[in-house]
Ligand binder design. Structure first.
Ligand code: NAP
Length: 268
């Protein structure tokens, strides 16, 4: 089996990276940055996002697992002191795979037939370089609303504990194959109206955003910031691709939610 390690780059993460690499090589595993079967991420959820985008072209062949060196993570759910246990389980292939949905983002341009396509593990947001974003929102080919405000965020279920949560989105279990649209400071008054609630769309629905004022936008895909010029439309769909996580033990999602957002230190 081939593995690679993605570190956040701080001292602790780098030290654990060196330790894990040494152990895994001793167990006969091969370090391979090009075609890894397993990506061990050491740092935080942000580190795993970076690992995901580095190996996004190998989603069928690669499984991810994360150790957190800061606070408890959603993708990074192993503690540094458990590294030996984790390494032994990786070496024994003592895991099963759990898959989470991803978001497909397709950007079309006014002056070209070419389209850009991205996959997001957490979310994609759209903001205007001008003060107000004005976008027509179409759901399944039907006009839904004209949005005016700071921006829009389309999140995956596993991204619902990240940016989407700050926008008052619901927390969605990652076994649900869906995506969630939330608003950033929409303008609502007697003249302008938006729905004002997060929308959860199933996997056979699509959401098309068409600029009313533009044509340049700041689009994010997880941690990536993409200045997009001459945008004709942005389409969001639940992707047919999924990310695979190597699960070595049960760690229920709601327990992670409770430990991250609700429980006090004494309760953990
Ligand atoms: P960052 O600003 O360094 O990290 C943002 C925070 O989001 C970190 O605490 C990170 O956890 C946490 N996070 C990432 N994915 C998460 C998930 N699925 N559930 C719960 N928390 C999660 O940025 P970054 O490391 O490059 O990560 C980019 C992400 O930041 C974006 O995908 C977006 O979700 C998030 N973000 C949030 C806001 C907001 O809430 N207002 C604004 C911008 C971006 P770790 O410390 O464990 O890495």
């Amino acid at each position: 089996m081939k593995f690679v390690i993605q570190s956040r780059g701080d001292e602790l993460s780098n030290r654990l990276m060196a330790e894990a690499k040494e152990y895994l090589v001793e167990f006969g595993l091969e370090y391979d940055e090009v075609e890894p079967d397993i990506v061990l991420s050491i740092g935080g959820d942000g580190t795993l996002l970076h690992g995901f985008h580095k190996y996004v072209h190998r989603l069928h062949e690669t499984a991810f697992v994360g150790i957190h060196t800061g606070h408890l993570g959603f993708y990074a759910d192993w503690k540094p002191e458990e590294i030996e246990k984790l390494v032994i389980m990786i070496a024994r292939k003592d895991y099963h795979v759990v898959q989470y949905p991803l978001l497909e983002v397709e950007i079309s341009y006014t002056h070209s037939e070419e389209k850009s396509t991205y996959l997001a593990l957490n979310e994609s947001t759209i903001k205007s370089p001008e003060v107000t974003l004005v976008m027509d929102v179409e759901l399944n080919g039907e006009h839904f609303e004209r949005f005016r405000g700071d921006g829009l965020c389309m999140s995956t279920p596993s991204g619902s504990t990240a940016y989407s949560k700050s926008l008052n989105g619901a927390i969605l279990h990652p076994s649900l194959s869906c995506m969630q649209l939330t608003e950033m400071a929409s303008i609502n008054n007697r003249v302008f109206r938006t729905v004002g609630s997060p929308l959860v769309l199933p996997s056979h629905h699509s959401c098309l955003l068409k600029p009313v004022k533009g044509p340049d936008f700041m689009v994010t895909v997880d941690h990536l910031q993409l200045l997009q010029k001459d945008v004709k439309s942005i389409e969001y769909k639940v992707s047919k691709e999924r990310i695979s996580f190597a699960r070595f033990r049960p760690f229920p999602f709601w327990k992670r939610v409770s430990e991250s957002f609700v429980a006090s230190d004494e309760e953990k």
